[in-house]
Design a protein around this ligand. Structure first.
Ligand SMILES: NC(=O)c1ccc[n+]([C@@H]2O[C@H](COP(=O)([O-])OP(=O)(O)OC[C@H]3O[C@@H](n4cnc5c(N)ncnc54)[C@H](OP(=O)(O)O)[C@@H]3O)[C@@H](O)[C@H]2O)c1
Length: 278
């Protein structure tokens, strides 16, 4: 398959580059495939004529989205509509990556694909609008994921390791629950999904759940590091954007579609620690 990837400089695109190597990959830089520019999208998609377009680009800085809502909507929603239109013209499959933040976090069991959405932040709202836009393409796959990280990229794992390397005491929130998910696991699952022709909406996170504090503890254990780490409450550190307190996603639709590759989050973390290079 010829596969066009947007957001080439991000961490998920980095993992796609490593895991989809048996397909023809085209990863234009942001200056070429700028999602803020409709004409750039149409011209690149028409030139590449992809079988699959994976949209790894997004305005992912959750707090900044509150103060830059217009830009968040342009990149996370409006541009996805343009991608959908451009893919439709090429009969391409559009893979759109979405988020657990489309839910409000008041649930008490893992969220299913058909549970009502109710985002509590601008990021979540614009990503939900992006889902609606992606669904205007006949051939679409929307994958909601959560707490993405890997050995490479700007993410919680590297934030924790850098802070610990400076010898800092760390307080990490212990009242938000979710599923840490490695970019490599998601990239592998997306590859199989595209190869097997999955379409529609699916949840794609690593299995199991923890809190950010539990995740931090597991990171330091896996690395064999002794760090002064203590739990705190979300209320202790107010942020511009609200986060769902509980955003575990139920993976039953993914499991019903075919080959389920998503590992347990602890095994996935160990894999990243043992094999930082994909
Ligand atoms: N990270 C998470 O925890 C998480 C959780 C759930 C879902 N997701 C979703 O997963 C997907 C991949 O996220 P990620 O973690 O890989 O994020 P990331 O590392 O921040 O990558 C996103 C990339 O998009 C690029 N981008 C921003 N504006 C753009 C534009 N106008 N045109 C082209 N590219 C642009 C960014 O470039 P700059 O850095 O130069 O701005 C960045 O390289 C996103 O859809 C995100 O919403 C992420």
């Amino acid at each position: 398959m010829r596969v066009l990837v947007s957001g080439a400089s991000g961490q998920l695109a980095h993992a796609v580059r490593r895991t989809w190597q048996d397909h023809e990959l085209i990863l234009p830089e942001e200056s070429v495939l700028d999602l803020g520019k409709r004409e750039a999208i149409f011209s690149v998609v028409a030139e590449v004529r992809p079988d699959v377009l994976i949209n790894c680009a997004a305005f992912t800085q959750v707090d900044r989205c509150e103060s830059e809502a217009d830009l968040a909507r342009l990149i996370n929603a409006t541009a996805v509509g343009w991608l959908a239109e451009a893919c439709e013209a090429q009969h391409a499959l559009l893979i759109q990556i979405s988020t657990d933040y489309v839910f409000d976090g008041t649930g008490t069991r893992p969220y299913r694909e058909d549970d009502p959405t109710n985002p509590v932040s601008t990021y979540g709202r614009t990503k939900l609008e992006g889902e609606w836009q992606a669904a205007t393409c006949t051939r679409h796959l929307i994958a909601r994921t959560s707490w993405l990280y890997d050995a490479w990229g700007k993410n919680f794992l590297n934030t924790m390791l850098n802070a610990a390397a400076q010898g800092r005491s760390l307080r990490v929130v212990d009242d938000q629950r979710g599923s840490p998910t490695t970019c490599r696991a998601l990239a592998r699952q997306l590859k199989v999904a595209a190869e097997e022709g999955w379409q529609g909406l699916m949840h794609a996170t690593c299995q199991g759940e923890t809190t950010w504090h539990g995740f931090a503890k597991a990171i330091f254990e896996a690395k064999g590091m002794t760090v002064d780490l203590s739990p705190c409450a979300t209320a202790d550190y107010p942020t511009p954007a609200a986060r769902p307190a509980y955003s575990v996603l139920d993976g039953r639709r993914r499991k019903s579609l075919g080959t389920d590759l998503m590992p347990d989050w602890r095994d996935a973390l160990q894999d990243v620690v043992d094999h930082p290079e994909l």
